[in-house]
Write a protein that binds this ligand. Sequence first.
Ligand SMILES: *[C@@H]1O[C@H](CO)[C@@H](O)[C@H](O)[C@H]1NC(C)=O
Length: 270
Amino acid sequence: MLFGYNPFLLFSFLSALLHLCAGHGMLKYPPSRGNSEWLGTCAAGAGCKGPCDSSKANSPVSNAYSASPMVVQRGQTLTVKWDRLNHPGGFVRLAVSKFEDSDSWDSFNNNVIKYTCYETNCGPDDPNNDTFGPLAGPGSQECSTTVTIPDNLPDGLITVQWMWFGGGVYYGQKDTSFGEYYGCSDLKLQGGSPQTSNVQPPVFKGGDVMYPSENVCRYWGSNKVGDCSFGSNSPNPIPGNLLSQSLEPCTHGPPQKGAPANLMSFIAYV
Ligand SMILES: *[C@@H]1O[C@H](CO)[C@@H](O)[C@H](O)[C@H]1NC(C)=O
């Protein structure tokens, strides 16, 4: 028997889970703006409502003493990375806006460039450990995908928004889903392909550790952006009660399989 009713063992188990779950869902590369309030992570359930982990005003590029942002070109391929952070499933959405518009959700929603799976090329460390369900165990491997910097933006500061939605296994509970997580990285766009006015529709690239050869992802809860943003609600944390710091889990139910909602039929599948 692993924990039985021994309160000490149950406490140890919960502590281990809490430890496992500290700081989920973060954009790693290109580096996100960061924030001090939530140690760089931006969880809708904790009251961080995006669209970025910090506002424009709190971005390093608004600080004269910060290092200059990374330079990219129109049409360039950029690799975007995040760590799995012990959580399976869901989708990553990537959008690009002008930095000056980056406090606005609309500017990202109207300029989504890609959807892919959270576990693109990463998965649990022990694929045979089913404690939290098939292929759902711990492991913080690096996950990544590539995007093409769109050619509809002029030279200047731009912002790449990363979001994670449809992730699962909240504090070791198999059939629970996380809320949404957001992060942004500011870059300097300079040259490359000539600027055009074309806004390309987003692409979807499915295939993850659960469904490696199908154009789908495994997800928990919802496959639709906004369903697990908790609206304008924020938690009322009780000191000493870690779970009270979040409105999560978002939903209860087993994992599902599919593409992101609202993908239009003309979207190219690559
Ligand atoms: C399986 O994973 C759980 C949760 O992380 C862990 O407690 C357990 O020791 C693992 N089992 C094996 C056989 O490694």
